[in-house]
Design a protein around this ligand. Structure first.
Ligand code: AMP
Ligand code: ZN
Length: 480
């Protein structure tokens, strides 16, 4: 596979530390609120990446944290504690909030066919790991104590800005967020590894440490959790593009200083889903969730389809009109798959050819729009339906659009519609139950000698682009 690597700013051949095995890490959600569909864009694309790697034959160990402590609203060391903010908003404890929104996150993931990573670790469960890492960083001079907190000393690094060639001033903490700089810091890029004294007197979760009772900073959790479950050599680290700085930059700084060797060579960053008014955010009050999509009548998988149609390295703009178009295209595809007859033998040579092409095309920097196009190509293939269905099922291991399951359900529904009033009148079409029902109604009108009604229905179908042909024992229809 070739992947764009945001650490080197180029597309590179993906190679792993241990051949055949991928140690993969994903920054998980901060569970102080529902995930918005922008967050979920990142998780959908990371899910496709994981599934593609498995499809390509890798054994993948995917680890994800759940941020239930330490994430401040600025992404750096200032602002409010997000979990505390959520607890106050809902008049609940931090742990209640964490549990509720962790469950809600995985419900959303299930609806979007996002696989649960092999390891899911709440940050509060690995305090000993962070203390071990921070202790060594203090001992080796990479970290210092000031004002009761432990800070990472960014001046000890040969290179700090890994991902961006930004103007330092644009990134400077404090300036960027319009909040006050922490005067304990020796350098502006230093960051907190362990808080003891802070403005959060009412911080609910605190642990004992060599530096006093307190709690970990946000960045250390991902290094600690990854090293615990992925080992010292991580192959692939994922997150939304806003995580690149300061979060991932700081993860690299502390991990490599701790380990004494390079930590993770490949960095995969998903660009944002924006609403037409700008960036989506959980803290701006009203935001778009999977539940809202469902309330409005959308299948969550239509949203997954919408995401797959565009490349992960491009900003995607959400609008209801765009989602409507995606939902219509998804339904049309399902109907076309439903119209295939699961009969005959799979032509292995054709199947292998399509699989290989898919592997090549999608393996070019996770080209998901090509993956979607490949399904349409398979539908048009010069082969039997059984082979087409097998190829589409194979592609869906990566796409996870439930193509075969939903098509089978449509087929079943269509069969039921036909049976319900038609006796042995058999309708064959493209697997759309609404059209089947109209064709059946036309037949019943004719049987009752209500020819005006039968003609009306035929004209209505014609206006929809449906051509009905009477055949022995029933009717067949197609889109023209
Ligand atoms: P959070 O819950 O804020 O820690 O974010 C969870 C994930 O969503 C992180 O990987 C973020 O980088 C990512 N993310 C945040 N906002 C967006 C967005 N608008 N579009 C895509 N991904 C996002
Ligand atoms: Zn992280």
């Amino acid at each position: 596979m070739y992947l764009y690597n945001s650490a080197t700013h180029k597309k590179e051949e993906f190679k792993t530390h241990t051949p055949g095995r991928v140690e993969m890490y994903t920054c998980g959600p901060t569970v102080y609120h529902f995930a918005h569909i922008g967050n979920l864009r990142s998780y959908i694309m990371e899910d496709v990446l994981e599934k593609y790697l498995r499809f390509a034959g890798y054994d993948v160990n995917r680890v994800m944290n759940i941020t239930d402590v330490g994430h401040l609203s600025s992404d750096a060391d200032t602002g409010e504690d997000k979990m505390l903010k959520g607890a106050k908003r809902e008049n609940k404890t931090v742990m209640d909030i964490a549990k509720f929104y962790t469950d809600a996150f995985f419900d959303d993931c299930r609806k979007l066919n996002i696989k649960t990573p092999d390891v899911v670790q709440p940050a509060t469960g690995c305090i000993d790991e962070y203390i071990k890492i921070i202790s060594r960083l203090v001992d080796t001079g990479y970290a210092y104590l000031a004002g009761g907190n432990v800070y990472f000393d960014s001046s000890k690094l040969a290179r700090y800005y890994i991902f961006n060639d930004h103007d330092e001033d644009d990134l400077a903490v404090g300036v960027r967020e319009g909040v006050e700089e922490d005067s304990n810091k020796r350098n502006k890029n230093d960051f907190v590894l362990w808080f003891t004294k802070s403005k959060f007197e009412d911080q609910a979760l605190k642990w004992d440490s060599p530096w006093g009772v307190g709690y970990p900073g946000w960045h250390i959790e991902c290094s600690g959790i990854s090293m615990k479950y992925n080992g010292e050599y991580l192959d692939l680290h994922c997150g939304g593009v806003d995580n690149a700085f300061p979060h991932h930059t700081n993860e690299i700084a502390q991990s490599e200083s701790y380990l004494g060797h390079p930590w993770c060579p490949y960095w995969f960053h998903v660009h944002h889903l924006n609403d037409p008014a700008g960036k989506m955010s959980k803290s701006k009050g009203e935001f778009l969730t999977v539940s809202l999509l469902e309330e409005k009548g959308y299948d969550p998988l239509a949203y997954r389809w919408f995401c797959l149609q565009s490349h992960y390295r491009k900003t995607l703009v959400f609008s209801w009109e765009n989602l409507d178009n995606a939902a219509a295209a998804y339904t049309k595809l399902l109907n076309r798959v439903a119209a295939l007859k699961p009969e005959g033998d799979v032509d292995r040579a054709v199947f292998d050819g399509y699989r290989e092409k898919f592997l090549q095309q999608v393996g070019n920097d996770l080209n998901t729009s090509m993956a979607v196009t490949a399904v349409f190509d398979a539908l048009k293939a010069k082969t039997n339906d059984a082979t087409k269905l097998a190829v589409i099922g194979e592609f869906d291991k990566v796409l996870s659009l439930s193509l075969l399951e939903k098509a089978a359900a449509l087929r079943e529904k269509a069969a039921q519609t036909v049976q319900s009033g038609g006796g042995d009148y058999v309708i064959t079409g493209e697997g759309d139950p609404d059209i089947d029902a109209k064709v059946l109604a036309r037949y019943e009108a004719k049987k009752a000698k209500n020819f005006a009604e039968a003609d009306r229905i035929r004209d209505e179908l014609k206006a929809q682009g449906i051509e009905v042909t009477d055949v022995k024992g029933g009717a067949s229809w197609k889109r023209v």
